[in-house]
Ligand binder design. Structure first.
Ligand SMILES: [Zn+2]
Ligand SMILES: [Zn+2]
Length: 295
């Protein structure tokens, strides 16, 4: 197995509440721990009128190093209404392990919900998240221009406000995470300007993904995260297997080689970015001895 030489990595986006993990979830979480994965953010998806999101939060409640995010995916935007929103709000209130709103955004590749509905629901969820001072997790596929336009509209004013006021509020300074980045270098640059962190999944390791590596080239280490988005997008050399959080070390190793840095440098940077972003002090205690060990 690929090692990160004792440095801890964080899977910033996974879906281990799904039925693909029902048979062996305990082992999956243990394997992640054994591989040096300090924490996982389990992103709830599905029908907001069902138990889907409750399940995602329950997984975070069960395992110490698993956190949760809730928000309606663009695929299911057509299901978003007041009742759905109240359900999400109740779940957020129910557990301190819910640390973000998402994944939300636009998916014009599958078009499972009408585009105008996706846009309206994306904006509505951004506003709700901001009211709660929760960071957002963005999903964007084949909708680069529209995603950037909406985020610029929603966040560029507050970024200026931040600079002027010196407000240290993290949710204002860094509004969220662009997950499983799949856009152009120009899109990455626009998002970085707005203060977003950019997360790469296993597909950045794929042979044909030169476009993703072009984008990775413009992302500095202090704005970078890694994720599995499991059970999908299994990184090289494990393609064909079900993806799981322990495999994030392969993506971290690949990106370290790509950037020409030591694996522990990449691991320490992405872990620090995640912990700082979410203000997770508990985990920092876990991460610091590892960082000292590296030095
Ligand atoms: Zn996604
Ligand atoms: Zn996802």
């Amino acid at each position: 197995m690929t090692e990160t030489n004792g440095s801890l990595v964080i899977d910033s986006h996974c879906h281990i509440d799904g039925e693909q993990f029902d048979a062996d979830r305990d082992e999956v979480v243990q394997r992640a721990k054994d591989a040096g994965v300090a924490a996982m953010l389990n992103v709830g998806t599905g029908d907001p009128h069902s138990d889907d999101f409750r399940r995602a939060v329950a997984v975070a409640e069960k395992y110490e190093n698993v956190f949760a995010s809730v928000g309606v995916h663009p695929h299911d935007a057509k299901l978003y209404d007041d009742k759905a929103e109240n359900h999400l709000l109740d779940l957020i209130k129910s557990s301190e392990k819910v640390i973000a709103w998402g994944e939300i955004g636009l998916d014009f590749y599958y078009d499972h919900s009408p585009r105008d509905v996706q846009i309206e629901v994306f904006r509505r969820q951004i506003k709700k998240a901001r009211e709660l001072k929760l960071p957002i997790i963005i999903h964007s596929r084949d909708a680069d221009d529209e995603t950037v336009a909406i985020l610029t509209d929603e966040f560029s004013l507050s970024a200026k406000g931040f600079a002027a006021s010196g407000d240290a509020d993290r949710s204002v300074r860094s509004p969220g995470i662009m997950h499983c980045f799949g856009g152009t270098p120009a899109m990455a640059e626009s998002l970085l300007q707005l203060g977003f962190l950019i997360s790469f999944a296993g597909n950045v390791t794929f042979k044909k993904a030169e476009n993703l590596r072009d984008a990775a080239r413009v992302v500095p280490l202090d704005c970078l995260l890694v994720e599995t988005d499991c059970p999908f997008l299994t990184p090289v050399p494990l393609r064909g297997k079900r993806n799981e959080p322990s495999f994030v070390v392969h993506t971290a190793q690949f990106l370290a080689d790509f950037y020409g840095v030591e694996p522990e440098t990449l691991a320490a940077a992405t872990t620090k970015n995640f912990l700082d972003f979410f203000g997770l002090k508990i985990l920092r205690k876990v991460a610091e001895p590892q960082r000292r060990k590296v030095i």
